[in-house]
Write a protein that binds this ligand. Structure first.
Ligand SMILES: Nc1ncnc2c1ncn2[C@@H]1O[C@H](COP(=O)(O)OP(=O)(O)OP(=O)(O)O)[C@@H](O)[C@H]1O
Ligand SMILES: [Mg+2]
Length: 506
């Protein structure tokens, strides 16, 4: 007899116009690492929100049996009380509070009715050690990168007596090293008897540590794969996720014509006065028309900062050196200057500054180029709808309607809207910063296909990515960055994983 810590039976959850989950069955054995995989919008996050009480009892159908008892969670704290901890796709830390305050907020250590913050500092040090994070507990959250924030979330979960740990795409924002630490941490916790459910689009991770993997597609359970039966491998997972086989996830470009230089940076440096150091130093790079230039590097190597310095320097770095766009030396004073010149930047942080979450898909897509669909200063609603529908269709945004609020879309689908927004602006040079972070394999293929179409039309792309497969699979040329400097350049033919990693870790 198997010992199930969790059984979710016949779970159905509907939102207005969307059946997010339809009779889903999900069983997790005690002590295993169980992955939940599936395309963007498949219902993974929703299932976990049902489990943790975000969607209270009564707002869904079906049964949750945890530790042998039927549970009716009315709020999140009900699930916390029985040892369930969930770390959301969207981080939920308080940026202006310190690390230790974040770890113990809502779970304060009391000493005779008084909050004992000294003890909290000592305890939080232990938790930080457990997750392998070397930071001072008094550091403010906002001063840490997303990767570290993620580990703090886990430390926070560990500070409660957690039996079932749920992680929703915890490694999406982590670099290779941090991701590996996290996977090792899960294995370590498993030894201590903690069961984990993890959502991830990184199949490499699933293959590395999963005992089981349950595949969801369109709100339904497709199957549960078992590592001990040799079922957890890439082709099997992909086939079940997308319902078809994808042989080459990097579609080939045929006969793209590479033209003149569209962008050139010469001895380009950007100094961040707040940090008191250069975020980019003596950078010489160029991008030609019809070219995809990959920028590889570890997290914190300065790739995003370099992109921002090109894209109108919104961060107010002190700039030295020259920027040539279409052969002319230009100094962009604002982001809007860069946009006017024909540059677009699709940010990795789609929540932070990419999208308006409280507006619908239609408004988000049209916002950057309203004049295109206006006459005499009035927006033509029909045109706006037509355009938004076109992008929804071509990017495969999974949603019943373009009137849906972007905040209600699944993570990957938000990313597609973000891309659609910029495509409508029609830039000459598109800078994509981690374009497929948190995106499923099927949708990745769609995004790569769109990139190739844009290149065919003569656009140029700079693609910043931490995924080496994507850098190698999609770029014509690759630069490698480390510590704000360009450490090397190579053609696609000459590039390989080892060479890039060697330069990136110099
Ligand atoms: N609050 C909400 N209101 C309306 N629809 C929602 C809401 N939350 C989720 N949905 C819809 O339910 C479906 C499942 O979304 P969910 O976030 O669970 O997907 P996911 O599998 O986690 O995807 P991803 O991999 O992109 O994070 C999607 O179609 C999504 O748009
Ligand atoms: Mg999700």
């Amino acid at each position: 007899m198997s010992d199930y810590i969790l059984e979710m039976n016949q779970i159905t959850k509907e939102f207005p116009g969307v059946k997010a989950l339809s009779n889903v069955n999900f069983k997790v054995e005690r002590g295993e690492i169980h992955f939940l995989v599936g395309e963007n919008g498949a219902g993974k996050s929703t299932l976990m929100k049902v489990l943790s009480g975000v969607y209270p009892y009564g707002s869904y159908e079906g049964d949750i049996i945890y530790n042998g008892n039927v549970q009716q969670f009315n709020k999140i704290s009900d699930s916390v009380d029985v040892g369930i901890a969930i770390i959301y796709q969207e981080l939920a830390l308080f940026p202006d509070l310190s690390v230790y305050e974040n770890i113990f907020v809502g779970n304060e250590i009391q000493n005779g009715g008084v909050l004992d913050w000294n003890k909290a500092i000592v305890e939080s040090k232990k938790m930080l050690e457990k997750v392998g994070l070397k930071v001072n507990p008094e550091t403010l959250i906002k001063d840490l990168g997303v990767g570290k924030q993620q580990l703090i979330e886990i430390a926070k979960a560990l500070s409660k007596d957690v039996k079932l740990l749920i992680l929703d795409e915890p490694t999406a924002a982590l670099n290779e090293d941090d991701s590996e630490n996290l996977l090792n941490l899960l294995k370590e916790l498993k030894k201590q008897g903690i069961t984990s459910i993890m959502i991830s689009h990184k199949l490499k991770e699933v293959i590395a540590i999963a005992d089981k993997a349950t595949v969801l597609r369109d709100g339904e359970t497709i199957c549960t794969l078992d590592a001990s039966k040799g079922e957890i491998n890439e082709p099997t997972i992909i086939k079940n996720m997308v319902g078809r086989e994808i042989t080459d996830i990097y579609p080939k470009r045929v006969g793209n014509k590479i033209g003149d230089k569209i962008l050139e940076l010469s001895n380009w440096s950007a100094y961040d006065a707040q940090l008191g150091r250069h975020v980019a130093k003596n950078v010489d790079i160029h991008v030609k028309q019809g070219e995809i230039v990959g920028i590889a590097g570890l997290m914190g190597s300065g790739r995003t900062e370099l992109a921002l310095s090109i894209f109108g320097n919104a961060m107010n770095y002190k700039i030295q050196g020259d920027l040539f766009f279409e052969g002319l030396a230009i100094k962009f004073k604002h982001t809007s200057d860069a946009i006017k010149a024909g540059i677009a930047y699709v940010t990795e942080d789609r929540k932070g500054d990419g999208l308006f979450l409280l507006q619908d898909i239609k408004n988000n897509i049209s916002i950057g180029n309203l004049k295109e669909i206006s006459s005499n200063g009035v927006v033509n609603d029909n045109e706006e709808i037509r355009i938004a529908d076109e992008y929804r269709e071509s990017l495969g945004v999974k949603t019943p309607s373009i009137q849906q609020l972007v905040g209600n879309l699944s993570g990957g689908n938000q990313q597609k809207v973000s891309l659609g927004k910029w495509l409508f602006v029609g830039p000459k040079l598109l800078i994509l910063d981690e374009p497929t972070r948190g995106i499923d394999v099927g949708a990745k293929f769609e995004i790569y296909t769109v990139m190739n179409e844009l290149i065919d039309k003569g656009m140029s792309i700079i693609m910043i990515s931490s995924e080496l497969g994507e850098i190698l699979g999609m770029s014509d040329r690759v630069y490698v960055m480390a510590e704000g400097k360009i450490k090397g350049e190579m053609s696609a033919e000459d590039a390989n994983q080892e060479k890039i990693m060697e330069l990136a870790t110099q």
